[in-house]
Design a protein around this ligand. Structure first.
Ligand code: XUL
Ligand code: CO
Length: 438
């Protein structure tokens, strides 16, 4: 059975190709700065947007036409597994990601839900063995079911807290079984609507206790995945506790969790927080916490999480510029397409086009970013701008040899102060030149 119209594996045909079912820039085995594109990018398909999303929005019903829609329950879940491995093969993508509730339906009890999950995880595992495809990360959906109305690890109801813990325990066991590279926490309902009825201190303490329990249990069962927090400022919560990278890092530091967690940075979450994608990647990187990325893009005209496939080359270039400068690059993380086709792109082939667009955009970003680094095009500009810290009083400051008295003595005799231009317009035109020519 084919769910994507018997499409052959997508191949690289180069930038002059007009074949819509070919890569123009993603050439998996091409070596850039000592690693293949495949190794740099570690592309992953998101189960939820690719197979379970039906195109509905707050004003209208689902529009997606999918060959497995004729099934329900466990039959539907099994058909989606088949669709997943078919799409991974078509895209030549090595990884996928899922929430527990994406892959198997909830039953009437937790026991039944877990039984459903176990069965699908076993099916996924046999497909992974047969195809060599890998799990980039899994996570627990603790936001869709009404029981999470007040949150999961930050709920006001201890019974829900216990349920959430049971859910994550199971997810960690499945992550281990499937050899997951990472395990993600995105706190969809971990936030608040109004402080008038919220005990924020208790909620944050409980969230930290929850994460410590997850770390302890993973250790106990020998699941050595990298734990990741995915920051997002709002939606569905009005205020989410993992607002952005800096907020998440300060939470992790306060609760002594920094050594166990890195961040999964999503482009559209960055922009919702009033930052650029590269800002969030940069904050993570300089704090040694850049773990993985959710690759998508928002719409400047809309204020919500539109999760579009990334096609903005400026953004993918600056994202790859950060990733290439990260120690070990993307490491055991990857480029996960947390992206969905538009409601009007309802044919199965649109999911393929969306991924090709995203993969080519990141591949192009990788090439341009590598060239910018190789030529030190921006590094030289920055070195020049901060040259005053290379010698004299600046070198003393950096070496920790200065104090207020020595700085005052210097300032009193240093007249006039001369600043250098930041040359921002020149810098921007250099980036454009590389985007067009690299
Ligand atoms: C929601 C979002 C999630 C996480 C995983 O905005 O990005 O899908 O990536 O829970
Ligand atoms: Co995401």
């Amino acid at each position: 059975m084919s769910y994507f119209g018997n499409v052959d594996k997508i191949k690289y045909e180069g930038r002059t190709s007009t074949n819509p079912l070919a890569f123009k820039h993603y050439n998996p085995e091409q070596v850039i700065l000592g690693k293949t594109m495949r190794e740099h990018l570690r592309f992953a398909v998101a189960y939820w947007h690719s197979y379970t999303y039906n195109g509905s929005d707050p004003f209208g019903a689902g529009t997606m036409l999918r060959g497995y829609d004729k099934f329900t329950g466990m039959d539907l879940a099994k058909a989606r597994v088949e669709a997943n491995f078919e799409l991974l093969n078509i895209l030549d993508a090595d990884y996928f990601c899922f929430h527990d509730r994406d892959i198997a339906p909830e039953g009437a009890t937790l026991q039944e839900t877990n039984k459903n999950l176990d069965e699908i995880v076993a099916l996924i595992q046999s497909n992974m063995k047969a195809t060599g495809k890998k799990l980039l990360w899994n996570t627990a959906n603790m936001f869709t079911n009404p029981r999470f109305v007040h949150g999961a690890a930050t709920t006001s109801n201890a019974d829900v807290y216990a349920y959430a813990a049971a859910q994550v325990k199971k997810a960690l066991e499945h992550g281990k079984e499937l050899g997951g590279q990472n395990y993600v926490f995105w706190g969809g309902r971990e936030g608040y609507e109004s402080l008038l009825n919220t005990d924020m201190g208790l909620e944050l303490d409980n969230l930290a206790r929850f994460l410590h329990m997850a770390v302890d249990y993973a250790k106990e069962i020998g699941f050595d995945a990298q734990f990741l927090i995915e920051p997002k400022p709002k939606e569905p919560s009005k205020h989410q506790y993992d607002f952005d990278a800096a907020t998440s890092l300060s939470f992790l530091q306060k609760y002594d969790l920094l050594k166990h967690f890195k961040l999964n940075i999503e482009a559209n979450h960055a922009t919702l927080a009033g930052h650029t994608f590269e800002h969030e990647l940069h904050v993570s990187r300089i704090n040694g916490a850049l773990g993985s990325i959710d690759a998508n893009q928002g719409d400047v005209l809309l204020g919500w999480d539109t999760d579009e496939f990334p096609t903005d080359l400026y953004s993918t270039t600056l994202a790859m510029y950060e990733i290439l400068q990260n120690e070990g690059g993307i490491g055991r993380g990857g480029v996960n397409f947390d992206a969905k086709v538009r409601r009007q792109s309802f044919e199965p082939i649109d999911v393929v086009y969306g991924h090709i667009a995203g993969m080519d955009s990141f591949a192009r970003g990788l090439v341009v970013a590598a060239k910018l680094l190789e030529d030190r095009a921006l590094v030289n500009v920055i070195d020049n701008k901060y040259a005053s810290f290379q010698s004299g009083i600046g070198a003393d400051i950096v070496a920790g040899k200065a104090n207020f008295k020595s700085l005052e003595a210097y300032a009193l005799q240093n007249n006039p102060i001369v600043n250098k231009s930041g040359n921002l317009e020149l810098v921007r035109s250099i980036v454009n030149q590389y985007l067009l020519n690299a």
